[in-house]
Design a protein around this ligand. Structure first.
Ligand SMILES: [Zn+2]
Ligand SMILES: [Zn+2]
Length: 392
């Protein structure tokens, strides 16, 4: 626990503006040169500890890899070569713009707070957004699906996203930052188009995290739509997550992704089942059921558990929206009628949106989808952990 506290305090240091986090951005590119400008506030540029220049309105700088250093250029002139370049906001509401130059992309992203640029690999640069956690969470929520949803739903997203990031502060330590901007961590593709509702939801749940019954940070697993029942976690991952139990959910069943149909040729269905799992197609009992399967409630295996054919494997092989389907034969095809979209473990997003629209609070929504969880203030939790350490 002492280690946990130590790590947390290292990664969440406090600036004049609040708690900040280092996020590796533009990770989809193997970057060696970027263009930096801004559309709000001004930015000062530092090379190591030397103040180099200010980026005023309508100005920009370029940062690129040069040998083992970062080269900074402005208005066609080289300013110098540095180990680390800092681009720092001079006001809290400032935001910078960054565009990949090598490799080129016309996409310009916008971020709040500061930027750090360091060399990486043999020829690349790593760009890091040093961002207040609240701004990061708003960016993640925006990336996850944008505007137009109920504030209580955004609060749910804010708590799950905050819990995740605080539980994964070391995930990219070897890369020089805490979390990346891809779905590997949490998608964070800022355009700063989010509505004030998202910012309010983040502010109104400030510091709140989700803990399991043992007061450990809980992974807030989620997916698009459960189709009316969420899945047991061990059906999907072979491990039981105590706070993710299967529940009946009526809040999502009228949503867009509640049902699906897929037609697959009998020959490819049969050959996968027989060749991959040794399905007993000559067996007088099971031979008849190779195409017909009924799943009234969610199951883990196709036809019968003793055949050992996990539905999750069929989902991956045939790119099915979910494991919750029934099947029958039609001519030369097998037709699947399925419910839900996603792995089904934890929070059903369309159900949670339905609950929010019907007036349920974020506490009610989280307690509906997760079992025996507690909502807690992060620093209070760290303090209790510290007391535990002292008590030992
Ligand atoms: Zn990552
Ligand atoms: Zn659902």
């Amino acid at each position: 626990m002492r280690l946990l506290l130590f790590i947390s305090l290292i990664f969440i240091c406090s600036t004049g503006f609040g708690q900040v986090l280092n996020v590796g951005i533009l990770r989809a590119y193997d970057l060696s040169k970027v263009k930096i400008s801004h559309d709000k506030g001004n930015y000062q540029v530092f090379g190591d500890s030397i103040e180099l220049t200010t980026i005023w309105k309508d100005q920009s700088i370029y940062a690129s890899r040069s040998g083992q250093k970062i080269k900074v250029e402005k208005a066609g002139k080289v300013i110098g070569l540095y180990d680390t370049v800092f681009v720092k906001a001079t006001s809290q509401d400032a935001n910078f713009q960054i565009q990949p130059v090598v490799p080129y992309s016309k996409k310009i992203r916008k971020y709040k707070n500061d930027l750090i640029i360091i060399p990486s690999g043999n020829t690349e640069i790593t760009v890091i957004n040093e961002v207040e956690i609240s701004n990061y969470l708003a960016g993640v929520i925006e990336s996850e699906g944008g505007g137009g949803k109920h504030k209580e739903y955004y609060k749910v997203q804010a708590i799950l996203s905050r819990t995740y990031v605080l539980d994964h502060l070391k995930k990219h330590r070897k890369d020089g930052f805490s979390v990346c901007d891809r779905v590997h961590c949490q998608a964070y593709h800022n355009m700063l188009r989010y509505t004030p509702t998202i910012e309010d939801a983040v502010a109104e749940t400030k510091g709140i995290i989700m803990l399991d019954a043992e007061l450990k940070l809980a992974d807030g697993f989620f997916f698009a739509n459960c189709g009316g029942q969420t899945s047991e976690s061990d059906f999907v991952w072979n491990v039981a997550v105590p706070y993710c139990r299967s529940i009946v959910d009526t809040f999502c069943v009228k949503s867009r992704q509640a049902t699906w149909t897929k037609t697959i040729s009998k020959s490819s269905w049969r050959s996968y089942l027989v060749n991959h799992f040794g399905y007993p197609d000559k067996d007088s009992l099971f031979g008849r059921s190779i195409y017909s399967f009924t799943q009234d409630t969610r199951k883990a295996f196709y036809v019968a558990p003793q055949l050992g054919i996990p539905l999750r494997d069929l989902r991956i092989k045939f790119k099915l929206k979910s494991t919750w389907f029934s099947s029958h034969e039609e001519g030369s095809n097998v037709v699947l009628h399925g419910k839900g979209f996603g792995h089904g473990v934890g929070l059903c997003q369309e159900g949670a949106m339905g609950m929010a629209n019907q007036g349920y609070s974020y506490e009610q929504i989280l307690n509906f989808y997760f079992t025996d969880i507690q909502l807690f203030d992060y620093f209070h939790w760290l303090f209790l952990k510290q007391e535990e350490v002292v008590g030992l």
